[in-house]
Design a protein around this ligand. Structure first.
Ligand code: UDX
Ligand code: UDX
Length: 465
């Protein structure tokens, strides 16, 4: 058997939402490189080797199948693969710290530091280390100190190459990104390492879209990009509250302001709140960093983005209770959608978790429907139900979820919820029947005509009583 010689050996530590799809795309676009993904989680690595991937992402399975066992490999043998690698991408998770100094805000960097120590102990040659995980600005400085204080006389160049992909569109984002950002030290060796990584992306991304910068700008740009995106949602959500008081319509406002090319139309959809593993975590991290430099006004400014998001979730639930005659005890309520956004099974920080918990506290009887996220929803709610998950019903069928319900709350903007037979649904519900549209995706006029009482984010209330 002829063993194929690869031009470069790329390793990624962390087979999650970021590492998995990114490496699959690199392998697909660069058949001349050997790409290996390792993870401490054996079950996750096993799942990557089946057709039932550990994460749901449209188009991902096709890309993985195209390259798996050709130039994309999954393994739990971390040391062996570190030894072989020329370039190591680190995409382990960096959750918000839950203990000690900075708890609730700062990033927990323990996995990153363990990974760095693992790299030193296993490595036998110089390597390029690429931070893919989102990290506090200046983390690379600590990484450099840990990695380059070794007694093996090895040299490591640390780069920052933050990932901007969004879930649900990861494959399209990776294939055709707005930009790729690669930061390095501006030394001879740093620039050489940076050019190596530019060379990987240049296999399919036009050179003008590959931006290079200093290390700290690259690290901080990721936090700032997420903070700006989240800030737009909090801005429009804050105005949605004012719309509900004044009969202005938030969708009309989004359209009107979004056509100003200086503002732009994206990320202006009012909602029950933003979720996902990144926005809240990254903003709180930014807040913590600002506080640690004594920039309290800057910290307060960004913290308010998270505060408005919490307010929006609370407002949604409070409005449901008020409209349903101030009591929802024993009333069946159907939650349409649990994922933090459409086209993913991910529920991390989903506003649905807050909404479900609070409705259960009010003794509502919940039925949750979602095409992809029921498994995760059960895990999320278990801790709040003292393991008695049977008090909530789960079904993939929205018609079944709505049967005998007093209300439907749309919590995820799944396309399929737009085209349901709402006449049939209305017929199967208790009366008066309510729809709370937390994503503004339905035809509210039509629903009102069918007989529903309709309360949508940032829209005039439509009720029959
Ligand atoms: C994570 C971070 O949450 C995000 O901030 C960053 O931008 C990229 O990495 P994600 O890929 O969504 O994003 O995380 P997750 O799906 O949790 O994957 C991380 C993987 O790293 C897990 O599979 C975990 O088992 C693995 N891991 C963690 C290791 O292999 N080694 C460790 O020491 C710790
Ligand atoms: C985000 C960033 O977009 C991405 O660049 C970064 O790499 C990771 O974090 P993601 O969390 O996957 O990606 O999803 P995104 O599409 O940004 O949505 C985040 C949340 O905001 C979702 O809950 C979504 O429903 C909500 N959202 C988004 C709104 O409420 N209104 C909008 O107009 C847009």
């Amino acid at each position: 058997m002829v063993v194929k010689e690869f031009e470069k050996r790329i390793l990624c530590i962390g087979a999650g939402y970021v590492g998995g799809p990114t490496m699959a795309m690199i392998a697909a676009k660069c058949p001349q490189y050997e790409v290996t993904i390792v993870d401490i989680n054996t079950a996750r690595i096993d799942a990557w080797q089946t057709d039932d991937l550990p994460i749901y992402e449209p188009g991902l399975l096709e890309v993985v199948k195209q390259v798996r066992d050709k130039n994309l490999f999954f393994s739990t043998e971390i040391d062996k693969n570190i030894k072989k690698a020329d370039i190591i991408f680190v995409s382990v998770n960096t959750p918000t710290k839950t203990y000690g100094e900075g708890a609730g805000k700062a990033s927990d960097l323990q996995f990153l530091e363990k990974t760095a120590r693992n790299i030193i102990s296993a490595a036998e040659s110089d390597k390029i280390i690429v931070e893919k995980s989102t990290l506090p600005v200046r983390t690379a400085h600590a990484m450099e100190r840990i990695l380059n204080t070794n007694d093996k006389n090895l040299h490591f160049d640390i780069l920052s190459n933050p990932e901007f992909l969004a879930e649900g569109s990861a494959i399209a984002d990776l294939e055709n990104p707005d930009r790729v950002l690669i930061g390095s030290r501006e030394t001879e060796s740093g620039i050489k390492a940076r050019n190596e990584v530019v060379g990987i992306y240049a296999n399919w991304i036009p050179r003008e879209k590959i931006i290079t910068s200093n290390l700290w700008s690259a690290e901080l740009s990721k936090l700032v990009a997420n903070a700006f995106l989240a800030q737009r949602i909090s801005s429009i959500n804050s105005i949605s509250a004012l719309c509900e008081k004044t009969e202005a319509n938030i969708t009309e406002i989004s359209n009107a302001i979004g056509t100003d090319s200086r503002i732009g139309s994206k990320f202006l959809n009012a909602s029950v709140g933003f979720g996902g593993s990144c926005f809240k975590k990254d903003i709180l991290n930014l807040v913590y960093i600002c506080e640690s430099y004594g920039l309290n006004e800057v910290a307060k400014y960004w913290e308010s983005v998270v505060e408005i998001n919490d307010y929006q979730e609370k407002r949604f639930v409070k409005n449901m209770i008020t409209l349903m005659f101030n009591t929802i005890s024993e009333k069946k309520i159907a939650l349409f959608g649990f994922a933090f956004k459409a086209n993913t099974g991910d529920t991390r920080e989903s506003p649905a978790i807050y909404v479900a918990r609070h409705l259960v506290n009010e003794h509502a009887k919940l039925t949750i429907t979602d095409p992809k996220a029921i498994g995760n929803a059960k895990e999320d709610l278990k801790p709040y139900l003292k393991e008695d998950i049977s008090s909530i019903q789960f079904t993939e069928n929205p018609y079944e979820a709505a049967k005998d319900a007093h209300a439907i709350a749309i919590l995820t903007e799944w396309d399929e919820y737009r085209d349901l037979d709402y006449k049939k649904i209305f017929g199967s519900m208790e009366k008066p029947a309510f729809i709370f549209d937390g994503r503004d995706i339905l035809d509210h006029e039509k629903l009102f005509k069918i007989g529903f009482n309709v309360s949508a984010i940032g829209k005039p209330l439509m009720k029959h009583f």
